[in-house]
Design a binder for this molecule. Structure first.
Ligand code: FMN
Length: 128
């Protein structure tokens, strides 16, 4: 199975409040679990940085669905590529803040064989 990742940034639509975002996440986790997608959604109001990983074809279809979602704007892929292994295998979609230990723990950063978390950290600190 060919494993790939996608990272994108976007801006929350004005009508996407906290309650709607939590509802969206419940649905996303349910879908991702069924699809074999894992990752994290980093939020720094009003911006998002999402990292998704999973089987190539499934990921491509889900990315198109997410890109077309009117609950966020200015969807822009910032990185994508092949993966040897999952970087966030235990998270069907975790929601995190953009700074410090809220974002990535020292333990997670220490386990980064493909440099993905380092890249995510770089995007979060410069783009969000
Ligand atoms: C910022 C953002 C992140 C999203 N992330 C996911 C996701 O990880 N997985 C997912 O299935 N849907 C995600 N969605 C929702 C999708 O765009 C789409 O609404 C959903 O996949 C449709 O699923 P449903 O038909 O089960 O409601 C996200 C939407 C937004 C705005």
């Amino acid at each position: 199975m060919c494993l790939r990742y996608v990272m994108y940034t976007s801006t929350a639509a004005p009508e996407l409040g906290d309650a709607e975002l939590l509802g969206l996440l419940v649905r996303a986790r349910h879908n991702n679990q069924a699809l074999g997608i894992t990752g994290v959604l980093v939020r720094r109001d009003p911006c998002f940085l999402q990292y998704l990983e999973g089987p190539a074809a499934t990921l491509a279809t889900l990315t198109q669905t997410i890109a077309a979602d009117s609950r966020h704007l200015h969807f822009q892929i910032v990185a994508e590529g092949d993966l040897q292994g999952r970087q966030f295998g235990e998270w069907s979609m975790d929601l995190r803040g953009a700074h410090g230990a809220d974002f990535l723990s020292d333990e997670e950063l220490a386990d980064d064989p493909e440099g993905i978390k380092y890249m995510l950290y770089g995007f979060a600190t410069t783009l969000l």
